[in-house]
Design a protein around this ligand. Sequence first.
Ligand code: SAH
Ligand code: SF4
Length: 449
Amino acid sequence: MLSGATFCITTFGCQMNKHDSERVSGMLQKLGLVPVDTVADSDITVFMTCCVREKADERLLGQVASMKNTPVRKESPFGKRYVCIGGCIGQRDGQALLDQLGHVDLVFGTHNLNEFPLLLQECVEEGIRQASVRDGRADFPDNMPESREHAWAAWLPITVGCNNFCSYCVVPYVRGREISRPFEEIATLAQTYVAEGVKEITLLGQNVNSYGRDLYGKPRFDDVLDAVSASGVDRIRFATSHPKDLTDSVIERFATLNNLMPALHLPIQSGSDVILQAMNRNYSAKHYLDLIEKLRQARPDIALSTDIIVGFPGETEDDFLQTCEIVEQVGYTQVFTFIYSKRANTPAAELVDNTPREVILERFERLRTIVENGALAANKTYEGQRREVLFEGAAKKGTLVAAGKSEHGLTVHAEVESESLLESLKGSIVPVQIDEAKTWYLVGKILDS
Ligand code: SAH
Ligand code: SF4
């Protein structure tokens, strides 16, 4: 009944959500459905949602509302468009979302992604609307087909869920407790990906450093890195790392594993110990800086990026200045800055929050300037260097500028002579001479290898 129909997936939020979308796409294609790029061309539209910050909630509601005005495709086999909402908002709101949005047909959660095709089939065949959400799961969700966005890059989740309960964060509530993927399965998957031509594997988890705590025999994250490295894949990356669980043994891998890329995203959230404690992060600014020191000893050229929340309840000017100081001191290539967003049912939502909005916005702008200056200074250090770039495609549709990522995870742009050369570069690792640093990318010339 579904075969031949078209589908479009819109994804919000983190890499884990993007990977879940690849699984949804894989499952639908297995049933004979055809992926399309636009909602207008789709018979089935799926929103994979995020609820980490309020803005993501608002964007979803806006996009779903606007669908009322998107006409049904002429060739639709159903005479209507099916609208489905999955991911973290689906998990959090379930039936309430179906009640609130009359033109939504199906709501599903993070724990029953694998049931999505069946639920959709029921909606179509029985003419029903339904919400189906499960409380949690005991084992790692696997065995779902996936359709990778890029043939040469694979996301490999090694854990799902989170046990950390940072006081501002909804993730542990919508993604559940941490479950580690069986070690052998990760090793085998890495080998399979390499056999399929994958050049870059990104290990995923809310906190990859705590991998294995729930497993018999206790293989840990350093063992995972060794096993994935042994697959011979060109590039390994991982996200995200919690500073409280980053061990010396993992840090050492940056010195010893030649396919572990010299880049690390290490969220600090705040440079103030008072705020870190209120956030329940379980490390101090000093501990974080000691880690940076050790990382630079292991791999002097390591590129560092981080996440920072501005305006956490009770943040004073002095707390904020401590954050600015650390950002200046570390010299990040990238900093993702977020304004604190109060999330219902998290412990931080109970805290007194009396910093005026305009003060928070002013701090946010001040930090942005520091971040931009720091990123440009960090990028300048690459000028004149030869870097290996994994090319992904055009920097902007329709231009003859190819874009890819350097070993340090930095975006590199390089002009190419023709469309066919640009096409042939996709998925290749090619040497590039870096000529110029911009704030958010590097510009270079492709060299003959
Ligand atoms: N597990 C990862 C990522 C979690 S969500 C980690 O611990 O780093 C990604 C980022 O969103 C977080 O690092 C944090 O900076 C931000 N974030 C999470 N909850 C937030 C909230 N309530 N308000 C503002 N930013 C938030
Ligand atoms: Fe959220 Fe903290 Fe878990 Fe990251 S580690 S997902 S910020 S609770």
